[in-house]
Design a protein around this ligand. Structure first.
Ligand code: ADP
Ligand code: MG
Length: 585
């Protein structure tokens, strides 16, 4: 009995679609690329429900003839290559002739297209690979492609989609990757009727400012180099604007976004020790190389690429970035960037500077504290509930705050104290994270303790980030932030939580948004948990901060008052106990 049969096209297309269009952002990428291949100078992207119900791309490119409008939905239908040889000289983003066939197999699609020299355009409606109608229509020159109800006939895929916020952040990432390298083209992005980005064609710097806010302009240095091997153009962030997570790091090769760990490393190496520890630079770098010197993995969804001369490229990129950092930072420091701390007042007349002296107590023995004093069962320290409590000249008598035994700070990083069970080694940063997290997560309901800023502070965001921050504002208020939106991309902060010590607020919010986006990708995190976690992590004293005896004792007492005092909110171990037996050894 024969059991093999050829799959109908509609089924084959549906299977192929799984590769090209795995989520709405995949369709967005293909559609934007088609518009650019068609030579458009203005491209408008409209999505509803994160692309679930609608993705529409309207361009003013070449448009298609009547028969092409029908043919473009066939598999392997492409105008971009004709023969195998063409594969080695591809100038366009697409060439496989797969995207539209795939999209039409899994959605309800309406195409309206008109060539510039035609009077009339064509409308084609196609659903699940079946042509519903084709007719002449009146429309502007160019192409409008409407993709409705993605995966309407593939419930498994539809159910697999993540929350709207997650799918939307994927779409925005695609949008950034496309718009950053095609900065000469105008783009808009509208989501659920709101215009998120309106980017005019211009320079790369203008594009970056359009995406991330105008404040970004002052944070970047230009990089530029031209050798036989490669042409480099772009921007890197000034070291002081590095971020605590890998944020905006974009490398493009010949107009395509790529991921290339070695090249990213070359950029980061160039910073050397200019970067504060555990922070990362932002960069937007375009490389142009001879196409015969690279092997772009031509799978449509892949972003890897191999270079023939990787070592040379690495060296050139690193020294180019290094030079940019060196030249510019020197120039700015000499002219106007002198930090105020350096303007020390002159010493009074006759003052003879003395050598600093270190004083210590020779009798001090950190191991002598008696066991009972530092028993683990400590009373919770009491934190004032309201601002008025703080302001009162004579605070009401509070229950005895617990006293931890004397503490010793080791390597600016660990607090050593003696407990009945042995010698405790406490990671100060993680301990503080736990304490802050506990207080933040409990602040629901009660009036937060906040401090009003002497000068209201402005923070700038991309339109999309600003929208997200706007959503989070009620939550942040609970933790003691007072802020309001000034316009689409700027917030004014007037108060912060009281225990927030001179933090860079812009960096704090940037990080908060980044963490929040990361957390929404892992669906198990509750909003308040991820916000508190991010805030606690940022507000905690860092390793290397010198703590006074009182501060250490307070921290230890606060820590033992928290539930789960032995692990940090992000799950790391806080306390290591060295047992008496081990001490004996
Ligand atoms: P590919 O881009 O790999 O050629 P697609 O399935 O994405 O394959 O598109 C098929 C063909 O449809 C393209 O080769 C192009 O001729 C035409 N096409 C698609 N989108 C547009 C557009 N926005 N404007 C003009 N022509 C288009
Ligand atoms: Mg294409």
């Amino acid at each position: 009995m024969d059991i093999i049969n050829i799959l109908p096209d509609s089924v084959a297309n549906q299977i192929a679609a799984g590769e090209v269009v795995d989520r709405p952002a995949g369709a967005v990428k293909e559609m934007l690329e088609n518009s650019m291949d068609a030579g458009a100078t203005q491209i408008d992207l409209v999505v509803k429900d994160a692309g679930r119900t609608l993705i529409q791309v309207v361009d003013n490119g070449s448009g298609m003839s009547d028969s092409d409008a029908r043919l473009c939905f066939e598999r392997h239908a492409t105008s971009k290559i004709h023969r195998a040889d063409d594969l080695f000289a591809i100038q366009t983003m697409g060439f496989r002739g797969e995207a539209l066939a795939s999209i039409a197999a899994i959605a309800q699609v309406e195409l309206r297209t008109r060539q510039h020299d035609s009077e009339l355009g064509t409308q084609v409606v196609i659903e699940g690979s079946h042509i519903i109608s084709q007719q002449p229509t009146v429309c502007p020159p160019g192409t409008s492609l409407c993709v409705k109800n993605l995966f309407f006939n593939v419930p498994a895929r539809r159910n697999f989609l993540k929350k709207d916020s997650v799918e939307m952040s994927h779409i925005e990432e695609v949008f950034r990757r496309v718009t950053l390298i095609h900065y000469d083209i105008g783009f808009t992005l509208t989501s659920n009727g709101r215009l998120l980005y309106d980017l005019k064609g211009g320079t790369l710097m203008q594009r970056i400012a359009g995406l991330y806010g105008t404040a970004y302009k002052e944070r970047l240095y230009a990089v530029e180099e031209q050798t036989d091997l490669v042409k480099i153009r772009g921007f890197v962030s000034r070291p002081e604007f590095s971020r605590r997570t890998r944020g905006e790091q974009y490398i493009f090769v010949n107009g395509r976004f790529i991921k290339h760990p070695a090249l990213s490393a070359a950029v980061e190496r160039a910073y050397g020790d200019l970067l504060p520890e555990r922070t990362y630079p932002s960069y937007f770098i375009g490389l142009t190389v001879d196409p015969s010197k690279i092997d772009i993995n031509i799978h449509p969804t892949k972003t890897e690429v191999k270079f023939v001369d990787e070592h040379a490229l690495f060296a050139i990129l690193r020294s180019t970035v290094k030079r940019a950092l060196g030249q510019f930072s020197l120039a700015t420091e000499l002219s106007f960037d002198i930090p105020e701390e350096f303007n020390l007042p002159p010493a009074p007349k006759g003052y003879i500077p003395q050598q600093p002296r270190v004083s210590y107590n020779p009798d001090y023995n950190p191991f002598r504290a008696s066991g009972s004093q530092t028993h683990l069962k400590l009373e919770p320290s009491v934190k004032p509930e309201r601002l008025e409590d703080l302001a009162e000249p004579e605070p009401p008598v509070r229950p005895e705050a617990p006293v931890a035994g004397s503490c010793l700070q080791v390597q600016g990083r660990y607090i050593v104290t003696s407990l009945s069970s042995g010698l405790a080694l406490i990671d100060q940063q993680r301990a503080h994270e736990r304490v802050l997290y506990h207080h933040l997560i409990q602040s629901d309901g009660g009036k937060p303790i906040s401090q009003t800023l002497l000068f209201p502070l402005q923070c700038h965001f991309s339109a999309a980030d600003a929208e997200m921050l706007g959503e989070l504002m009620p939550d942040l208020k609970v933790y003691g932030f007072e802020m309001s939106a000034m316009n689409q991309t700027t917030f004014v902060v007037t108060a912060t939580p009281a225990n927030l010590k001179d933090e860079d607020l812009q960096a704090l919010f940037d990080q908060l948004l980044q963490d929040y986006k990361g957390a929404t990708m892992q669906k198990y995190n509750k909003r308040s948990e991820s916000l508190c976690l991010s805030l606690a992590r940022q507000m905690a004293v860092k390793a290397g901060t010198v703590l006074s005896q009182e501060e250490m004792q307070q921290l230890v007492a606060d820590l033992f008052a928290c539930p789960m005092a032995d692990t940090s909110p992000s799950g790391k171990r806080i306390i290591t106990i060295i047992k008496p037996e081990e001490l004996l050894k």
